[in-house]
Design a protein around this ligand. Structure first.
Ligand code: GDP
Length: 468
């Protein structure tokens, strides 16, 4: 009898140890990078994701998220994060804005943030279900300022290539009027002179001012160096005091040019590289939020620029082609979702068009990504709903409109959005009066519940396969 008990106990211990070892070997941590250029909706997305998973995970609310539709999600809750050196995403403050009586959008991402959700669920089948009927997956959400994402392409450029590309961008029609004062100051600067700290500082300040203006006034995504917009502890440091200059035929020692070149390289090595090595390479999945409607509002230059910026960001995955990035780091991301966000600024039947437009913007790059083994998807979403669809009878004709409270106004408005294009338009194809899509306040939560558009589709693509 005693021997039998001992054997049974030993067996149980063995089973428990095997279970622990196997559970450890099954990937139970998912690092999801929520990325996108500034203002693309990262803060609102994370807030909505946490809200829907922790308190609104019903079949009616998330019907396309398998673990929820199949009734297998037991519960989700925020747990302490593993990375102790990264500030925690302030979910309470952000959700309070969206859930207020007069809802407002939470403040945008200004620094890197993280938050971990533990998702406890009943296993569907497979290895896990034999070991234990339930499992817990830790979803680490990482949100970092869009400006930092824009720095990525700098890694593949030297100072001269960066200068040329940046000056070309600043002289485009859409940005020229903003760049004029910096460019005329630059015309008085002699890069061949010996180093004059004050002159470098003044021009760097003027360049920083220009980047800030471009950020506020346009939708230009490639604002480099990104840290100039959010310098934090680098404010005033020479590593951030550089700017583009016209290429020189010959570079002489101890000149201003050489100093700028050295600062540019130091910025890449000491600021950009560690960030990508520490964070970017650790991600498993990536969401790229794109605000295509604002780009359309801004005009053809901005749409083209956003397309270029996306292409640059995607190149990081293209390690098959790009030897230098392969040497630097090897991203392990195997799924990327490109989401045309804020899709409820247009009618439900127009939403497919903005997903097609985004797809067209991604062009061959998404094909290359697939070739490199990354699974890619694009869709139109709105993580927080800000309008309702409304049919309006106009002299017998049924018009599909949206209804919401326009940002900065007090009144609720019924509005007929312009038809968005479903592919990229050249400047010649651009409509004479351009596009004018409106922005809205978030919809008021009903009984504490937020609404979304296709957040469940996004979740299924990004993490559904890990919750089986
Ligand atoms: P971030 O800079 O990427 O963190 O962007 P935010 O999350 O702060 O969003 C910027 C702005 O985009 C917000 O103030 C809203 O006006 C709008 N926005 C963000 N998310 C959504 C969304 O899901 N739906 C709609 N309709 N608008 C959104």
């Amino acid at each position: 009898m005693k021997a039998k008990l001992v054997t049974q106990k030993a067996l149980e211990t063995l089973k428990s140890n095997t279970q622990k070892a196997l559970n450890r070997s099954l990937d139970r941590h998912i690092k999801l990078a929520v990325t996108g250029f500034s203002g693309s909706g990262k803060t609102a997305f994370i807030t909505a994701l946490v809200k829907h998973l922790t308190s609104q995970a019903t079949k009616q609310n998330l019907p396309f998220f398998d673990v929820v539709r199949e009734g297998r999600l037991i519960a989700a809750k925020q747990v302490p994060q593993r990375a102790l050196d990264i500030p925690t995403f302030d979910y309470q403050a952000a959700s309070a804005c969206l859930l207020a009586d007069e809802p407002t959008w939470p403040a945008s991402t200004q620094r890197i943030n993280t938050l971990t959700l533990a998702l406890k669920f009943n296993c569907e089948s497979g290895l896990r279900s034999h070991l234990s009927p339930t499992s817990t997956v830790y979803l680490e959400l990482i949100d970092y300022p869009g400006e930092w994402l824009a720095d990525l392409p700098m890694l593949s450029q030297d100072y001269q290539a960066w200068s040329e590309a940046t000056l070309e961008l600043l002289q485009r029609d859409a940005y020229k009027s903003y760049s004029d004062s910096f460019l005329s100051l630059l015309a008085t600067f002699d890069p061949n002179e010996k180093v004059d700290e004050q002159a470098l500082k003044n021009l760097a300040q003027s360049y920083q001012q220009l980047l800030t203006t471009l950020k506020n006034e346009t939708k230009l995504a490639q604002l480099q160096p990104g840290r100039m917009l959010i310098p934090s502890d680098l404010a005033g440091a020479p590593i951030l005091q550089f700017f583009p200059v016209k290429p020189l035929k010959e570079i002489t020692e101890h000149t201003q040019y050489q100093q700028l070149q050295a600062r540019f390289e130091a910025y890449k090595q000491q600021v950009v590289m560690p960030f990508y090595k520490q964070h970017f390479c650790q991600f498993d999945r990536q969401l790229v939020l794109v605000d295509v409607l604002s780009a359309l509002n801004d005009g053809p230059d901005t749409l083209q620029e956003q397309q270029e910026a996306l292409a640059h960001v995607m190149q990081v995955f293209n390690y098959g082609k790009s030897g230098f990035l392969k040497r630097l780091f090897y991203p392990k991301i195997d799924k990327v979702l490109f989401a045309a966000n804020k899709c409820d600024h247009v009618t439900p039947s127009q939403q497919a068009d903005i997903a097609l437009l985004l797809n067209d913007m991604l062009g061959e790059q998404s094909n290359d990504l697939r070739f490199a083994g990354v699974s890619v998807e694009s869709m139109a979403i709105s993580s927080v709903q800000s309008t309702q669809a409304k049919l309006v009878n106009d002299a017998g004709e049924q018009l599909e409109c949206v209804y919401g409270k326009v940002l900065g106004e007090q009144q609720w408005t019924t509005y007929l959005p312009p038809q968005p294009p479903n592919h990229c338009l050249s400047a010649q194809q651009w409509p004479d009066h351009g596009f004018e899509f409106l922005s809205f306040y978030p919809q008021k939560a009903r009984q504490g519940n937020l609404n979304h558009v296709r957040l469940d589709h996004a979740l299924q693509f990004l993490i559904g396969d890990k919750l089986v």
